[in-house]
Design a protein. Structure first.
Length: 306
């Protein structure tokens, strides 16, 4: 199925959607050796604005480091290409997907002389888990799959190969009638969702697994921590959360560039709180959308206008 976009940037050129292809012997296709970002641009009063672009760009380059991969374009070039892709496709709001991957040279596991290919696409994308999810929350299933330990693969690098685990967990959840999975780490503590970080509210305070719990250092996670602290909440962002604490939470929610702030109303067979979006979740979700759609003028430094 063709997306409603005309132009994709690929290795320095703007190409038509149908020409943005790669060879079947691409290293990244065989071994999962790509790094990518998922970024949102919002339709604001002052025009289309990419949210926290600089932080996404930081993570994009940082993700290459364990793989000794060199993105052969500067930050300025990647930025210009991204803004231009949004402009050329006439998008008011968009989900933006920059990806860098080992391309084709020879097909050993060692990338050898494989080039680093880079592409940037953007397309319209609504609520990741559905509009209803934002308002009423979702049912999540604790996955039988554990997340890779950060001692097995760098979980703080946003690497394509990692998402095989996300697919296993997410599809298992959906096969069982749930919208999304919650994935425990190798120690059995709560890590994150397949593509989201997770927050717990208890007695008016917020808790989210620390960076050493084998999670991605989410930019939405960081945003919500800041928004919550600015509103006077205590946020514990360097803790371990046991599985049982999910059941006794007053509120739970996911965060992510795609998922934004999505309430979780049920975990396995247990209703969370009163089984709907909790009040602190709602307050922070409202703060988040007011921020990204620029109904407030705080954190102007987080916006790059297209
Ligand atoms: N964890 C994982 C595994 C993810 O894929 C994502 C989405 N990038 C997140 C957390 C949330 O990160 P962010 O808020 O930066 O999108």
């Amino acid at each position: 199925a063709e997306m409603d976009v005309d132009t994709i940037w690929h290795n320095g050129e703007y190409v038509d959607w149908e020409d943005a292809t790669t060879h079947v012997l691409t290293h990244g296709l065989h071994y999962g050796t790509g790094v990518f970002e998922g970024v949102r641009a919002y339709d604001t009063e002052e025009g289309t604005a990419v949210f926290r672009w600089e932080e996404h760009l930081d993570r994009f380059y940082e993700s290459t480091k364990p793989y000794d991969m060199e993105i052969p374009y500067t930050r300025e070039e990647i930025t210009e290409a991204t803004m231009e892709v949004i402009r050329r496709n006439d998008l008011d709001s968009a989900y933006v997907r920059p990806i860098a991957y080992y391309g084709y040279n020879s097909l050993g596991v060692s990338p050898g002389d494989c080039p680093t290919d880079v592409a940037i696409a953007a397309w319209p994308w609504g609520a990741y888990l559905g509009d209803d999810a934002l308002e009423n929350g979702i049912k999540a299933m604790v996955s039988s799959w554990r997340k890779h330990s950060s001692s097995q693969i760098p979980t703080n690098a946003k690497t394509t190969g990692l998402y095989v685990n996300s697919l296993l967990a997410g599809e298992e959840a959906r096969r069982n009638g749930y919208k999304e999975a919650i994935v425990l780490n190798k120690e059995g503590n709560v890590a994150e969702g397949p593509g989201e970080n997770i927050f717990l509210v208890r007695d008016g305070e917020l808790f989210t697994p620390g960076l050493s719990e084998s999670i991605l250092d989410g930019i939405t996670r960081n945003t919500v921590i800041e928004l919550a602290r600015e509103r006077g909440y205590t946020v514990h962002d360097n803790v371990s959360i046991s599985r049982g604490e999910l059941n006794t939470a007053d509120e739970l929610f996911f965060t992510g560039s795609a998922a934004e702030v999505t309430p979780i109303r049920q975990v396995d067979n247990v209703e969370i709180g009163n089984g709907s979006r909790g009040p602190i979740t709602e307050e922070l979700q409202t703060a988040f959308f007011d921020l990204v759609e620029r109904r407030t003028d705080d954190h102007e430094e987080w916006f790059t206008y297209v």
